[in-house]
Design a protein around this ligand. Structure first.
Ligand code: SF4
Ligand code: FES
Length: 259
C-alpha cells in the first residue's frame, strides 16, 4: 500500500516545528505502524536525510514509550491499542496520515515526535513509596487481599505511563494517570500506611508539573490503551477529600490510613 504522511518535524525543544510531507510507498499492510516509520527512516537515511525521531522500546504494548498522535487520536484510531500495536491494515491505500507528538505544556517536545514525559515519573516519585521501615519482604500470601480489591488494583496497575490520557484531554490533565497510580497502592491493604499523605503529595506534584485540571470530559479513558476508567479519578477525589478534611490524628482515630 501507499500512504502519504504529514510528520511533525522539530529539530529541538526550542526550534520551530512544522509538518513535512513524505510518501510511504509499497508498505506491507501487515507491517506495524512503527515498522512503516522504520522503512521511511531507512529510505531517508539512504538519501542522506535526517530520520524521523520517535520513541519506542518493547513494541509489545507494555512499556508506554511509543505514544504519538496518529490522525488526531493518541495512539491512532484503534481502541485499547498502543501505537506499536497499530498495524497498517487499519489504513487504506492512498490515505493521508498526520503524525504528531503529544501536545501538553508538561510534555515539552525534545525532537520530532519525542516528548519529555519525566513529569509522570516525578508524580510517582512524589508518593509512590512508604517512608517507614517495613523490614524485609514478607511472605506473599501472609496478608489476605479481597478479590474485588485485588481485581481493581490489577486494573489500575495496568497503566503503562504512556501519557495518552494527557494528550487526549482538552486541559492536558494527568488525573487518569495519577488516579491509577494512587489507586493501585491505595486499594490494597499493603498500601494503607501513608495512603492519604501519598495522595496529597502526588496531586501537589501533578499541579506543580503544569498539568491541567480535570473537568470530566472523559477523553482520557477513551484514549487509554489499557482501558483505565474514570472511576479511578472518582476514587482519587474521594481520597483527596478525606486527606484534606481529616488531619492524620482524626484519620487514625477513625481507623483509616495513618500518616
Ligand atoms: S492511564 Fe492509560 S493513557 Fe494514561 S498513562 Fe496510564 S496507560 Fe497511558
Ligand atoms: S513500544 Fe512499548 S508500549 Fe509501545
Amino acid at each position: 500500500m501507499n500512504v502519504t504522511l504529514h510528520v511533525w518535524r522539530q529539530a529541538g525543544p526550542s526550534a520551530k516545528g512544522k509538518f513535512v510531507r513524505y510518501e510511504a510507498e509499497e508498505i506491507s499492510s501487515h507491517a506495524s505502524f512503527l515498522e512503516m516509520l522504520d522503512i521511511v527512516n531507512e529510505r531517508l537515511s539512504e538519501k542522506g536525510e535526517e530520520p524521523i525521531a520517535f520513541e519506542h522500546d518493547c513494541r509489545e504494548g507494555i512499556c508506554g514509550s511509543c505514544g504519538i498522535v496518529v490522525g488526531g487520536a493518541p495512539h491512532g484510531p484503534n481502541k485499547a491499542t498502543t501505537t506499536c500495536q497499530l498495524h497498517m491494515r487499519v489504513f487504506k491505500d492512498g490515505d493521508e496520515i498526520w503524525i504528531e507528538p503529544w501536545r501538553a505544556r508538561a510534555f515539552p517536545v525534545l525532537k520530532d515526535l519525542i516528548v519529555d514525559r519525566s513529569a509522570l515519573d516525578r508524580i510517582i516519585q512524589a508518593g509512590g513509596y512508604v517512608s517507614v521501615n517495613t523490614g524485609s519482604a514478607p511472605e506473599a500470601n501472609a496478608m489476605p487481599v479481597g478479590k474485588d480489591a485485588a481485581n481493581a488494583g490489577m486494573d489500575a496497575a495496568a497503566c503503562i505511563g504512556c501519557g495518552a490520557c494527557v494528550a487526549a484531554c482538552p486541559n492536558a490533565s494527568a488525573m487518569l494517570f495519577t488516579s491509577a497510580k494512587v489507586a493501585h497502592l491505595g486499594l490494597l491493604p499493603q498500601g494503607q500506611p501513608e495512603r492519604y499523605d501519598r495522595v496529597l503529595k502526588m496531586v501537589a506534584r501533578m499541579d506543580q508539573e503544569g498539568f491541567g485540571t480535570c473537568t470530566n470530559h472523559g477523553a482520557c479513558q477513551n484514549a487509554c490503551p489499557k482501558e483505565i476508567g474514570v472511576d479511578f479519578i472518582a476514587m482519587l477525589n474521594a481520597d483527596l477529600r478525606k486527606a484534606v478534611l481529616f488531619p492524620p490524628v482524626k484519620r487514625e482515630s477513625r481507623g483509616e490510613g495513618a500518616a
